[in-house]
Structures are given as structure tokens and as C-alpha cells.
Design a protein around this ligand. Structure first.
Ligand code: AMP
Length: 302
């Protein structure tokens, strides 16, 4: 089933101990769409400026990612620059230039409005809600991401948006900040009162944890000897997770568990090389092989 994503399509400048790129295609919706497209058709809603190149547009077109909802506006694309520490766990944002993103008012093409699976990547919570309102009826599954910026500056808007989604996918520090609880299980209980019935906590090199009414399910991060660049790992995780669910049409407990594994698989590929590079050269067979590897990694007898 088609999966709708709204979020940033950007140019990124990235620096890690493994190298540096000055300008490369990035953005949360880009990582999400490229990762999810391995599992299901994807429709994208985002905005770019007149500096958005044909070569980068071809990244979407060549994968048959639907970009009818990719608006073009006079001005420059969203630009983000970040630098990672020696152990790749800490990141400083060097630049965030909103550019055309500052005026973004997402408009869904008619054919997107019947989407049953929706992912609201990290953008202003009122825009996330606006997208959800443009979808006809109730989607089978609506999930969203957010970040400390919105938790701090648009808390009331964020809480209003949370009332309308099924799954919240955020990292551990954001989970603690949003819930004012340090313990993640207590945090989940507090977040369920805000609206979502499922919480997925992304924990970087420590994997990810899903909490819902059935209990808790954890996946490790795939052990890599030489991760190069964590940019987009969370969005690729979300793409693998939602892509798997939309592609299989499922949302029950067993499907959610497999989705966690495919999320972790896609996140692990994203960090292997700089920017999108690894995802752009990935084969489906490699995804399934790594998922099987995950199953071996976590099997044991009692
Ligand atoms: P992640 O590593 O999962 O946090 O995602 C990194 C991607 O998010 C980069 O490609 C950036 O272009 C994009 N990004 C960074 N800051 C923002 C922001 N404030 N709003 C939307 N997208 C952002």
C-alpha cells in the first residue's frame, strides 16, 4: 500500500572523523522515502528551491518515488550542516538555513489524500497536523517524528498533533524531555496519555525499543566495525519500519516486531557510508540477508 511522507528535502554539509562532504542531497523525508521505497510505493510532500538539481530529482524519479507533492519555490533549498564527534555519538549542528522551508505550507495532491499509511517526519507540529487533516478518513497507521526544538518551542501544538497519531518515533533524549520521565517505560505510559498507542524509541548504537499495550520489544543496532556517518539513520529506520508495514499491509504485534528489525536494518545501512550513498547502492537481497543475520544475532535457547 502507498505510504505518504511529509518532511524535509535538503542539502547537507557533513563532517565526521571519516571524512567530509560540502553539499549532498539529504533531508529527513529523503532518507525516509529512499529507505521505504525498497518495501512499498512512496508519495513525497516537501518543498525545494530553484537550486534543486536534476541529478537529485533523478534520485526520486529513478526509484519511482512519487514527487507530484514536491513543491518548487523561488529561493534556496533547506540547508543543514553538522559535525560528529570522534565516537560518532555526539553531533553539533553548525548551520540550519530554512530558506524555502520557512514558507512551507504542505498541500497534498488529490491522489495522495487516500493514503492509508502516513509518516510525518520532523517538521513543525502544526504542519504535521495540517497534512493529516488533508488525508481523507482515518489512515490505517499514522506515525510521526519530532525533535527537542518543537518540544521546547511548540509544546502545545505538538501535544495537539500527538492526539491524532498512532505511533510516535523519537530518540531517547526526546522521549525523556517530552514526558519529563527518565525511565523509558514510565515515559511511554505518559506519552500514551497524549495520544499515540505505540512508542518507538530510537537509541542509536544501542538499537531501538517498541512499547505498546502488548509490552516491550527491543532490537539491537546491527554491529558495524566502521560506521562512517550517522546522518539520516533515524529517518532510514522510520522508512524501513513504515515501509515494511505499508508493504505487508500489517499492523499487528508480529508485523510491528518485523518492522522494528527492518527499521534497524535500514538504519544500519544508512550509517555505513556518507550521506545517502549506501542506500542508493543497496540491493533488496542485501536487506533480506541482513534481516536474516539479525534473526541469528538475537536467537538463543533457554
Ligand atoms: P537525523 O540524522 O535522523 O537527525 O536526520 C538528519 C537529516 O535531517 C538531515 O539530512 C537534515 O537535512 C535534516 N534536518 C536537520 N535539521 C532539521 C530540521 N530542523 N527540520 C527538518 N529536517 C532537518
Amino acid at each position: 500500500m502507498a505510504l505518504l511522507v511529509v518532511g524535509s528535502v535538503a542539502y547537507d554539509a557533513l563532517e565526521s572523523p571519516y571524512g567530509k562532504v560540502d553539499r549532498t542531497l539529504g533531508g529527513a523525508a529523503t532518507y525516509f522515502a529512499v529507505a521505504a521505497r525498497f518495501f512499498t510505493p512512496v508519495s513525497l510532500v516537501a518543498i525545494v528551491g530553484d537550486d534543486f538539481s536534476e541529478k537529485d530529482e533523478a534520485v526520486f524519479r529513478s526509484r519511482a518515488i512519487d514527487i507530484e507533492g514536491l513543491e518548487r519555490a523561488p529561493g534556496k533549498c533547506f540547508f543543514w550542516a553538522g559535525r560528529y564527534s570522534e565516537n560518532l555519538n555526539d553531533r553539533v549542528t553548525l548551520t540550519t538555513d530554512l530558506n524555502v522551508f520557512a514558507e512551507f505550507k504542505p498541500r497534498l495532491p488529490e491522489k495522495y489524500r487516500s493514503s492509508k499509511y502516513v509518516f510525518l517526519a520532523n517538521i513543525a507540529p502544526d504542519l504535521q497536523r495540517d497534512v493529516l487533516h488533508q488525508v481523507k478518513g482515518k489512515p490505517k497507521l499514522a506515525a510521526m517524528d519530532t525533535m527537542n526544538y518543537w518540544i521546547e518551542r511548540s509544546n502545545a501544538e505538538l501535544r495537539e498533533t500527538l492526539k491524532h497519531v498512532d505511533i510516535l518515533m523519537i530518540n531517547d533524549s526526546e522521549t525523556r524531555q517530552l514526558s519529563s520521565e527518565h525511565n523509558l517505560l514510565r515515559a511511554a505510559r505518559s506519552i500514551f496519555k497524549m495520544g499515540p498507542s505505540t512508542l518507538v524509541v530510537k537509541r542509536g548504537e544501542y538499537g531501538a525499543m517498541l512499547v505498546d499495550k502488548h509490552g516491550v520489544f527491543c532490537v539491537p543496532a546491527f554491529p558495524l566495525e566502521e560506521p562512517h556517518d550517522p546522518t539520516g539513520a533515524g529517518d532510514s529506520f522510520a522508512g524501513g519500519f513504515m515501509g515494511y508495514l505499508a508493504g505487508s499491509g500489517g499492523s499487528n504485534d508480529a508485523a510491528l516486531r518485523r518492522a522494528m528489525v527492518y527499521g534497524s536494518v535500514m538504519g544500519s545501512f544508512a550509517v555505513e557510508k556518507f550521506g545517502l550513498e549506501r542506500l542508493l547502492h543497496l540491493k533488496k537481497s542485501e536487506i533480506h540477508a541482513r534481516a536474516r543475520h539479525f534473526s541469528k544475532l538475537t536467537q538463543f535457547k533457554l
